[in-house]
Design a protein around this ligand. Structure first.
Ligand code: ARG
Length: 468
């Protein structure tokens, strides 16, 4: 009998096949070029499966021992660069099985008992992503630490606060930076939450319907560190929700990094000048010798497109699929791999940028907050404390600002007499209240930018992050 055929090699398919694949179709069909990324997880999953088969009496202990030793040998071959599957292997699962059979002979052919590539690939992907989520969480924490260190350094520094990118009210710089720490904390929570739904074992669902082989799904699940097993075999091999959920969580990480990146780019501009870029993280121009460019935050901002795109791609890939496995799923891998790589590269780059790439310029920041009308609300608030209804105070301050703009002066340039012409309740203490530092210090409401509130938050965050 013929020994099965495939495009380049032989023996992949059953004897039903007589002719090999068209070479272009072989290339088109193969995923080995990228799913080799899952090699470690494929070996881990196969080892757990082989041990379970022996536990359940499906194969002997000796056979399981041989299978595990063979799988470990493939691991060492890969480590020394000697495991190099080709297109004819189609994917990582076949590549491993083939090598195992080459190493062990007939025993190698027992590994795939009670299992399909459909539950196998789902297992590999989940194991791989679970590890990456843990690493990403640490990368998020590193960014939070870097932000906290900067915040700690700038608990006394002021920065203009903006809405609509128009000067609004002055802020404590640490408060501004801590906002990003909060955003990243939500990202961390989301990653942890997704991990719960990644950490479910599809192994043993077999092709789609389960298997008559007396396997023990709990045993492989426990061995591989899965929290639970899928209750429905069809759902087990068809579920790619976790790729979407994870990519959505990663997309938000990217969106947050991109917002921060945008601020750094703005802060580093000559018009703004709030930060200096150090030579460690900035680049020059090939033509203009005076240039120092913020390439790092620009790349982070630019790379969002890939992650957002993959999220859309995954959703689209899933939406029309009938149960159960469809080859469309092969498309999940490159997307997921790129989402993980891009997000972790960006987290690392932003952490380095924050650690040693940007230096805030307190003198420029101080000068900025002192030369605008961002204390206008405080005049209104002052009038409110003296019984003037807010809307009336608001109108009045608007008129004062208008006058100042006409005269080319700032609010704090007005004398007490001039103020009293606007409203008789105004006294000398208003002038004090208009100093930017006082404006910031006055915002004592919970979550506000007052220095004492920020001190509390800094203490809280250094406590929270100290164990991370
Ligand atoms: N390479 C395939 C993938 O990535 C593995 C599963 C193939 N299963 C199948 N029945 N063709 O999805």
């Amino acid at each position: 009998m013929a020994a099965g055929v495939t495009g380049g090699g032989s023996g992949t398919w059953s004897d039903r096949f007589e002719e090999g694949l068209h070479p272009a179709i072989e290339r088109f069909n193969a995923s080995i070029g990228f799913d080799i990324t899952l090699l470690q997880e494929d070996l881990d999953g196969s080892i757990a499966h082989a041990r379970m088969l022996a536990e359940c009496g499906v194969i002997s202990d000796e056979e399981a021992g041989q299978l595990c030793a063979g799988l470990e040998q493939i691991r060492s071959e890969a480590a020394s660069g000697n495991f190099q599957p080709g297109l004819a292997d189609e994917d990582v699962h076949f590549a491993v099985e083939r090598r195992l059979i080459a190493l062990l002979g007939p025993v190698g052919k027992k590994l795939h008992t009670g299992r399909s590539r459909n539950d196998q690939v789902g297992t590999d992907l989940r194991l791989w992503l679970r590890r990456r989520i843990d690493a990403l969480e640490q990368a998020v924490v590193r960014c939070q630490h870097a932000l906290l260190t900067q915040a700690d350094r700038h608990r006394e520094t002021l920065i203009p606060g903006y809405t609509h990118l128009q000067r609004a009210q002055p802020l404590c710089l640490a408060h501004h930076l801590l906002a990003y720490v909060e955003m990243l904390e939500r990202d961390r929570e989301r990653l942890r939450d997704v991990r719960v739904r990644v950490n479910i074992s599809p192994l043993g669902a077999a092709a789609l319907a389960g298997t008559p082989v007396p396997i023990n799904r709990r045993s492989t699940a426990t061995a591989l560190g899965f929290e639970r097993v899928y209750a429905n075999s069809l759902d087990a091999v068809s579920d790619r929700d976790f790729t979407v959920e994870f990519s959505a969580a990663a997309a938000l990480v990217m969106a947050h990094l991109s917002r921060l990146a945008e601020e750094v780019i703005f802060w580093a501009s000559e018009e703004c000048g709030f930060v200096r870029l150090t030579d460690r993280c900035a680049t020059g121009s090939s033509l203009m010798p005076q240039k120092k460019n913020p390439d790092v935050p620009e790349l982070v901002r630019g790379k969002c497109g890939r992650v957002f795109g993959h999220l859309q791609g995954l959703l689209t890939m899933i939406k029309g699929l009938p149960l159960a496995y469809n080859k469309d799923f092969q498309e999940d891998k490159e997307a997921l791999f790129d989402v993980v790589r891009t997000t972790s590269d960006c987290l690392e780059a932003m952490a380095i940028l924050l650690e040693e790439g940007v230096e805030f310029r307190p003198e420029r920041l101080e000068q900025a907050v002192a030369s605008d009308f961002s204390n206008a609300t405080d005049v209104a608030d002052y009038l409110v404390t003296r019984g003037v209804p807010f809307r009336e105070a608001y109108q009045l301050v608007g008129a004062v600002v208008k006058r100042c703009l006409q005269d080319g002066v700032l609010l704090r340039d007005l004398s007490l007499e001039q103020w009293q012409q606007f409203h008789p309740v105004i006294e000398a203490d208003l002038l004090e209240a208009l100093v930017p530092r006082r404006v910031v210090a006055a915002r004592l409401s919970e979550g506000g930018t007052a220095f004492v509130r920020v001190e509390e938050q800094l203490a809280l965050w250094s406590e929270r992050l100290s164990t991370k």
